[in-house]
Design a protein around this ligand. Structure first.
Ligand code: SF4
Length: 252
């Protein structure tokens, strides 16, 4: 029996893919983006969380069969409004076997999507790709050293998985968190747009401007928020590199 750790299941989510969706947050992420607004999703396994003076356990273990059965209970609702289930996190691909086991039980019955950093072994990425309907993937920084500095990992495998995604023809959305002074410069946006030019499955690029409340949850998991950039400067919004390549953009 394959099991995995989930830190939240949110029903009636509307910003995580088409229609009304259930968002499943898988716990654990190999990245450490300094702007991450879900610090409780970074560590693998359960941990204590203190919210408004109350201590709770963040992270629940589910068997793949049990999670699939829970999600399938809303199958009729998803069909009625062209919604479905989105796996997010944390990094859902970091629990690849669990995710694959759940997706196998949902395939053909519920529209499935994933929100991912793209940081995963190529075999896992390929296998998951074949089992879901829509990929929402972050591209944060194209320069490898800057990516390592701000997220803690190289982007080499992410860019390789992006190539696989583009080559697959699978529908996908690229999300760019716009972090002031980190990745909102013209050179990075130009390089990102160039990677996506002509990609047949690309539906659009979504920009997520940095939000000042990103650090709010760190104290709840016993950590301090030190993002390393000036959080008071607004993100620079520049769609021109995408516009000139006829790539649709949206600001979330
Ligand atoms: S990839 Fe997402 S979940 Fe992981 S650290 Fe970065 S922002 Fe947080």
């Amino acid at each position: 029996m394959t099991s995995g750790t989930i830190f939240s299941i949110e029903e009636f989510a509307v910003h995580d893919g088409p229609g009304i969706r259930t968002a499943v947050f898988l716990k654990g992420c190999p990245l450490r983006c300094t702007w991450c607004h879900n610090p409780e999703g970074q560590r693998f396994g359960s941990e204590l969380m203190v919210k408004k003076g109350e201590t709770s356990i963040c992270g629940t273990e589910y068997a793949a069969e049990d999670l699939a059965a829970k999600l399938l209970r809303n199958e009729a609702i998803f069909r009625m409004n062209s919604g479905g289930v989105t796996f997010t996190g944390g990094e859902p691909l970091a629990q690849g076997d669990f995710l694959i086991a759940v997706l196998e039980q949902l395939k053909g019955r519920i529209h499935t999507a994933i929100e991912t950093s793209g940081f995963a072994p190529v075999e896992t990425f390929r296998e998951v790709l074949g089992k879901l309907d829509l990929v929402m993937m972050d591209i944060k920084l194209v320069d490898q050293e800057r990516h390592r500095h701000w997220t803690g990992v190289s982007n080499a495998i992410i860019l390789r998985n992006l190539e696989t995604l583009i080559g697959s023809g699978k529908p996908f959305i690229i999300r760019i968190p716009l972090i002031p002074g980190v990745n909102d410069d013209e050179a990075n946006l130009e390089a990102t747009a160039a990677l996506l030019e002509g990609a047949a499955g690309l539906q659009r690029v979504e920009f997520l401007p940095y939000h000042k409340t990103a650090g709010a949850k760190y104290p709840m998991v016993g950590r301090s928020y030190n993002p390393g950039f000036d959080t008071q400067i607004p993100s620079r919004l520049d769609t021109e590199p995408f516009d000139k390549r006829n790539i649709t953009t949206m600001i979330l």
